[in-house]
Design a protein around this ligand. Structure first.
Ligand code: LRH
Ligand code: MN
Ligand code: MN
Length: 388
């Protein structure tokens, strides 16, 4: 059996996954939100829960915020709280999808007052980034139209570019803007940033500090996502991932749960394109845990990312190139499949023990008593933000 080399193991040791604060709050579908005992009551408790994931896996040292869901009086206090718990604050996500004013759009709106309000929200997010020490401002826009003729799609692109330029101009030297695309929802006819090409066109016109964010759940079924990963890395414009998995639409389920092979293929292209442990590419999760406990859900998620990264590292590149050069279709495919089918779990368990971690982080967390403690101590947890 192929084994992970020392080089592979040191690449894995550097891997860092960013957790979304909203994964620790209650969430659900539009039919029902089921509360989980122990749900955090404020952003400080969300950070504390995220720190548990890192403590048991040493894979998740950064926590992303969503504004206004994570609005607090003192971001400096939140930052110090995170650092005391061994994690740092990461990407700041803006939110223009829950305000009545944004019914017909935000950054692409034809009404100057609403567009101004949306731009100002992003400037506030950058002020927060200054305090939290965050590098990235992530923008996802719930903008588009439901019916042909409802809006002038081209004018909206122009206004979007103008809004983004105003936001971009406020970024500090070390800060970046990442623009996330999504092919539908909440608009169903047209979406202003539906695909990587549009995001790429919009961010390229801004400059070097603007990149594309690829959310794995935001593509049509059957899309070859690893091709997009390859292309964005090739163009130097892959700024971040929002990892999750989907069966039907934007399901936000645990990454690697629906299709581990797809996650493996994506990570294989990340490695091939120099994206692994590349500071230019942030590995974020964007998930919600509707029915399962949140901390174990996040532990499972980061372990899935690590496991598929390890398998992708096992691809024998020399043998693959030789088979490709010889047009040996089946041999080339076999090289990839051999890596995918290798069980790396025993080696990863040993890797953890060498670092003073439990071989089985999930079991260790469940045995720790933390889950019972928060269930007793916290009453009346907040929703993931969807309603708060
Ligand atoms: C939109 C999205 C975006 C939001 C998050 C809560 O579907 O993926 O990243 O910020 O969900
Ligand atoms: Mn997302
Ligand atoms: Mn999404």
């Amino acid at each position: 059996m192929t084994a992970l080399s020392t080089e592979h193991l040191s690449a894995l040791a550097q891997q860092s996954v960013e957790l979304p604060s909203w994964a620790f709050g209650n969430s659900g579908t539009r039919f029902r939100v089921f509360a989980t005992p122990g749900t955090p009551r404020d952003p400080f408790e969300k950070i504390a829960d995220a720190a548990q994931v890192h403590a048991y896996t040493r894979l998740a040292p950064v926590v992303a915020l969503h504004i206004p869901w994570d609005r607090v009086e003192s971001y400096d206090a939140l930052r110090r709280h995170a650092e005391d718990l061994g994690v740092t604050l990461g990407t700041v996500n803006s939110n223009t999808f829950q305000d009545e004013d944004y019914k017909f759009g935000a950054l692409a709106h034809h009404d100057a007052r609403i567009r101004r309000k949306a731009i100002d929200h992003h400037l506030e997010c950058i002020d927060i980034m200054d305090e939290t020490g965050s590098r990235d401002l992530k923008i996802w826009l719930a903008e588009g139209s439901n019916y042909p003729g409802q809006n002038d799609m081209r004018d909206r692109q122009d206004r979007l570019q103008d809004s983004l330029q105003q936001i971009y101009a406020r970024l500090g030297d070390e800060q970046r803007l990442v623009l996330e695309y999504k092919f539908f929802e909440p608009a169903f006819y047209h979406t202003d940033v539906p695909d990587w090409g549009t995001s790429y066109a919009q961010v390229s016109a801004l400059g070097e500090k603007a990149m594309v964010c690829l959310d794995t759940g935001h593509h049509a079924p059957g899309t070859n996502i690893e091709f997009i990963v390859m292309q964005l890395l090739r163009l130097g414009k892959l700024g971040s991932f929002d990892f999750n998995s989907r069966f039907y639409a934007d399901d936000d389920l645990i990454v690697g749960a629906a299709d581990p092979f797809q996650l493996f293929r994506i990570l294989a292209e990340v490695i091939r394109g120099g994206g692994l442990n590349n500071p230019d590419v942030a590995f974020m999760l964007d998930q919600c845990h509707n029915i399962e406990d949140k901390i174990p859900g996040q532990i499972r998620s980061v372990l899935n990312v690590q496991e598929m990264t390890a398998r992708a590292l096992l691809i024998d590149r020399e043998a693959l190139t030789a088979a490709q050069d010889a047009n040996d279709v089946l041999a080339a495919n076999a090289v990839v499949m051999d890596a995918f089918y290798t069980d790396v779990r025993p080696q990863l368990a040993a890797w953890r023990e060498e670092r003073g971690l439990a071989a089985d982080p999930m079991a260790a967390y469940l045995a720790s008593g933390y889950q019972q403690r928060i269930a007793e101590e916290r009453v009346g947890g907040v929703q993931a933000g969807w309603g708060a």
